[in-house]
Structure formats: C-alpha cells, structure tokens
Write a protein that binds this ligand. Structure first.
Ligand code: MN
Length: 260
C-alpha cells in the first residue's frame, strides 16, 4: 500500500491492529477488528463506531445493490454494473465461502476480523481469503459509496476534515484522482481515516483493503479494468473524472465518525 499523506503514522496504525490481535484467545479472529477499534476509540475518549456495512459471517452472500444497474450511469453504464455485481462480486463471495467451508472455527468471525488478522490465518487459505474476502468487503462498501443522486460536495465532519487535511475539496479530488490513476495494474484508490481521525489517500493492490493496515475506508474507487472498460476502454482518467458525479457523500461522512 502506498500512502500519500506524510502526516499519517503508519506505525501507529499497525500498532493499533497488533494490540487487537494480541487479545485473541479461543476464537482468535472473532472480535479482532472490533477490539482494535474499541481500544483506539477509548484512547481518544469515545466509543467504537460501527463498520457501516452489514457483511455478517460465513456463509457470506452477495448483497443487493441499493439502486438499479442503470442508476449511476453518470459514471458507470448499466451493463458494466450488472456484470461487476453478478459475476465479479459473486465470484469473490463463492471463492471465499469455498475457502472457509472446512474451517468451522472461522465461521463466526466477521470478515473485517479475518482481514485484520490475515497473518494468523492458516497458510493454506490465507491468500484466498485475502483476495476474495478483500474483494467481497471492498465491493460491498463500493456499492454503498455510490448513489444515483450523488456528487456535489461533502457535508458534515468529513467536509471539515477534507479541508483540514488536503486544503479543500478541489485539492483533495486532484490528489485522489492522481493516486487512483497511478495504481499499477488492478487495485483501488482510497480516502481513509486513521484511528485518530486523520485523513489520507492510499492505494491498495488487487483486492487488499485498507483495513489490513488498520485504516478505515471512507471512499474507494475500483480501478480494475472490469469496473470501467466497456465505456471508457483504456481511459481510466475519464472514468475517474466522472466518478465524482455518483459519490455518496452522506455515506462517506457516516463512515467518518469521530465521537461515539
Ligand atoms: Mn471490481
């Protein structure tokens, strides 16, 4: 993962996760992420904010899109949305369930916990869970980060944080697009928050999640070719320019909860 904001302490983020994993006992993965969040929230005098995506536990299932396939055509065409949802996302779900089928000790673990403690997973399923668990989580969040009536400007606490961290919305958009355009091969661009509420822009490769590095995803953009190729062909920059038209800013703000 590449971090574009020198003010964010990667070391602190990693320590945050490590402290959560260290609490593991009989079921080492259940609660690893939420415990890490609790510890971080207590440190700043609040309570733990929820991860606002109902992903649940094994067996995982493909969530319904919260809008029609043609509802975000200001940025992405209906055919791409349908293939992306029913083929690509479904495949991540299927592969994740297949990997966990014979591991009942992991069936009660929420997906963010599994991803936050990848190093503790058996080597035989670690990569499959990383790629497909990450894919399921990233896409579930991604659909909820878009909206048919999206776009415009952020409101609320995250708007203030964007101003404070990036010097305003235009500068943030430019930096976010540059980061997402610069992902080599397949991956994601993200606006993330650390456990102290500081924002930064990061890239992840393949289906890695910022959660793996102890960072909370607020806004992500899928820059795999399957996300844009039918309309935009090789023009990832054109896709990113239109992406802003469908960003669900209220949802982004909801993810950025500093006070419990
Ligand atoms: Mn995708």
């Amino acid at each position: 993962m590449v971090n574009f904001n020198a003010t964010t302490s990667r070391r602190n983020a990693l320590r945050w996760l490590t402290s959560g994993a260290a609490l593991a006992t009989a079921l080492p993965f259940v609660g690893a992420f939420s415990k890490a969040l609790d510890a971080a929230s207590a440190e700043r005098g609040g309570t733990s904010p929820p991860v606002p995506d109902d992903i649940g536990t094994y067996p995982f299932s493909l969530p319904e899109l919260p809008y029609a396939y043609n509802a975000v055509e200001a940025a992405v065409d209906a055919e791409t949305m349908e293939i992306h949802h029913t083929r690509h996302h479904q495949a991540y779900v299927n592969n994740l369930n297949d990997a966990l089928e014979d591991r009942p000790d992991l069936h009660d673990a929420p997906l963010p916990d599994l991803l936050a403690a990848l190093d503790d997973l058996p080597a035989t399923i670690r990569t499959v869970v990383r790629n497909n668990g990450g894919g399921h989580l990233n896409h579930t969040m991604f659909w909820n980060m878009l909206a048919p009536d999206g776009g415009g400007s952020p409101q609320g606490e995250v708007a203030d944080a964007i101003d404070a961290n990036f010097g305003g919305l235009p500068a943030f958009k430019e930096a976010f697009q540059e980061a997402a355009a610069g992902v080599f091969g397949s991956g994601w661009g993200w606006l993330v928050s650390d456990h102290k509420g500081a924002l930064s822009i990061v890239q992840t490769a393949n289906q890695d999640s910022p959660l793996m590095d102890g960072l909370r995803p607020l806004l992500g953009v899928d820059v795999w070719e399957h996300a844009y190729y039918l309309r935009y062909r090789q023009d990832r920059g054109g896709y990113l320019a239109n992406f802003w038209e469908v960003v669900n800013w209220p949802a982004v703000n909801e993810r950025y909860i500093l006070e419990g």
